[in-house]
Design a protein around this ligand. Structure first.
Ligand code: GN1
Ligand code: MG
Length: 399
C-alpha cells in the first residue's frame, strides 16, 4: 500500500515536473494537437504520446512515441523557432545535404549503423523535410537516436575528450561537402564586430530601462572591443580558411553512447553553415570547461577547468588533422572570443527585453551574461597554460 502511494506520488511529481517544463518552454503540451501534427509525416504506426525533451534555448522539442505494430518507436519532433530562423526551408536544405553527405562517408568507411551516427530526417507526406501547419508553425521530425544521451555539463575527462573528438570528426566528415556553398541560416552569426554594434545599439535604445544596472558589464565589453575583429580580419586576409562548421558546439549538442560513452552523433544542425573551425573549438571549450552551469548566478563557482580543457584539446586535435597553422595559432584566443561574444549576446537580449533566448526567471539573460564574462576572465588568467597544452597536443597529433 505504502509503495503504491509512493508510486502515485512519484507520478504526480513527474506530471507536475513535465507540466512545468512545458510551461517554461513557452506552451503546454496540451497547446498542440500532436496527433494531427505527426499525421503529416511519414512515420510508421499509431501515435501514442509526445513529451518535452532536451534543454535547447531556441526551438520546442518533443520526444514522440508511436506504436509500430506492437513495438514502441520514438521520433524527435521540433517546432522550429522561425523568429530566429527566418527561412526554415533553407535550414532544412543545409541539414539534408550535410546529413546525407555524412551518411555516405560513413557507409564508404564500412559503418553498418549509419542511422545512429547522422541525423535522419523524416519527410512530410508531401515529400518535404518539414511541414507548416495552418497557423504558420513549422515542424520537423527526425528518427530518435536510441541508446544515446546528452549531458548539460561535462562529468568526466573522458566525456569531454569524446565530445570534442565527435565534433572534430564531424568537421572532418563535412570538409569535402560538394558545392554549392551552404546557406547562411543566420547571417553574421559569429561576426563579433556586428554583435558589438548590436549591443551598442541596444545600450543606446535602452528600451527596458536596464542600462543603468549593467554599467560594469558594458565596461567589460568596451575594454575588450579591440579584440572583436581579430579573427574576421585574419579571415579576410586569407589566413584563416572558411569551412563547413557546426557553430553551436555545446556539450549537450553531441550524443554519447549510453554504454560505451563514445561519441555517436552530432545534433542541432540548424547553424551548420560556412564558418571558422575556431568558432567550433572555442564554443566547445566554453561549454565543456565551465565549472558551473551557463546561467550560474554565484560567480565564485564559475571558472575554466584546465584538466577539462586539456581533454577537449586532446580530443579535438586527435581528429582535426585538417587544421592549418594559422588556425592553431588562434585556438586559445577563439575560446575567449566566442565566450565574450555569447556574453554580449545575452546582454543585448537582456537590454532588449529577453526576446531571443528563452528565459525561465528574472534576470536570466543577465545571469548568463555574467557567467560568460566570469569565464572570459578565468580564461584570460590561464591563457599561458592553455597555449602550452595546445602546443603539446598539436605536436602529438602531428607525430
Ligand atoms: C543557443 O539552440 P541552443 O540552445 O543549442 C544559441 C547558441 C548559443 C547557445 C547558448 C541559434 O543554442 O548560439 O551558443 O544557445 N543558438 C542560436 O546556450 O542562437
Ligand atoms: Mg541550437
Amino acid at each position: 500500500m505504502g509503495g503504491h502511494i509512493g508510486f502515485n506520488a512519484a507520478l504526480l511529481v513527474l506530471g507536475l515536473f513535465r507540466c512545468r517544463r512545458a510551461l517554461e518552454k513557452g506552451g503546454t503540451v496540451a497547446d498542440w494537437d500532436f496527433q494531427d501534427i505527426v499525421s503529416h509525416f511519414r512515420a510508421w504506426g499509431d501515435f501514442v504520446e509526445a513529451q518535452p525533451h532536451g534543454s535547447g534555448h531556441i526551438h520546442d522539442t518533443y520526444k514522440v512515441t508511436f506504436n509500430m505494430a506492437g513495438t514502441p518507436v520514438h521520433y524527435l519532433l521540433q517546432r522550429i523557432n522561425h523568429r530566429v530562423f527566418k527561412q526554415p526551408a533553407a535550414i532544412m536544405d543545409n541539414i539534408l545535404r550535410v546529413t546525407d553527405h555524412v551518411r555516405s562517408r560513413l557507409k564508404a568507411e564500412g559503418f553498418s549503423d549509419v542511422t545512429r551516427h547522422s541525423l535522419c530526417i523524416v519527410f512530410s507526406r508531401n515529400r518535404k523535410p518539414c511541414y507548416q501547419d495552418s497557423a504558420g508553425h513549422w515542424w520537423r521530425m527526425y528518427l530518435f537516436v536510441e541508446g544515446a544521451v546528452t549531458y548539460d555539463a561535462v562529468d568526466s575527462l573522458d566525456h569531454a575528450y569524446e565530445a570534442a573528438k565527435a565534433y572534430a570528426r564531424f568537421q572532418a566528415l563535412v570538409s569535402d561537402l560538394p558545392e554549392p556553398r551552404l546557406h547562411e541560416t543566420i547571417p553574421d552569426f559569429h561576426n563579433t564586430p556586428a554583435r558589438l554594434t548590436a549591443l551598442r545599439e541596444a545600450v543606446e535604445r535602452d528600451s527596458c530601462g536596464r542600462v543603468a544596472s549593467v554599467q560594469r558589464e558594458i565596461e567589460f565589453v568596451e575594454s575588450r572591443a579591440d579584440q572583436c575583429g581579430r579573427l574576421l580580419a585574419r579571415q579576410r586576409a586569407g589566413e584563416l580558411p572558411e569551412r563547413v562548421t557546426h557553430n553551436d558546439t555545446k556539450i549537450n549538442n553531441v550524443l554519447l553512447d549510453e554504454k560505451t560513452g563514445k561519441g555517436v552523433c552530432v545534433i542541432d544542425l540548424d547553424t551548420v553553415m560556412p564558418g571558422l573551425a575556431l568558432y567550433d573549438f572555442g564554443d566547445m571549450v566554453r561549454s565543456c570547461t565551465a565549472s558551473a552551469a551557463e546561467d550560474e548566478p554565484d560567480l565564485s563557482k564559475v571558472r575554466m577547468r584546465m584538466d577539462v580543457f586539456e581533454a577537449v584539446a586532446r580530443g579535438f586535435l586527435s581528429e582535426a588533422r585538417f587544421l592549418m597553422h594559422a588556425e592553431r595559432e588562434e585556438l586559445v584566443f577563439s575560446c575567449r572570443l566566442i565566450t565574450l561574444m555569447l556574453g554580449m549576446r545575452f546582454l543585448t537580449d537582456y537590454l532588449s527585453g529577453d526576446t531571443y533566448f528563452k528565459v525561465k526567471r528574472d534576470n536570466h539573460n543577465l545571469d548568463r551574461c555574467r557567467a560568460q564574462f566570469a569565464m572570459v576572465e578565468s580564461m584570460e588568467a590561464q591563457a599561458d597554460r592553455m597555449e602550452q597544452i595546445v602546443a603539446e597536443c598539436w605536436q602529438k597529433s602531428a607525430s
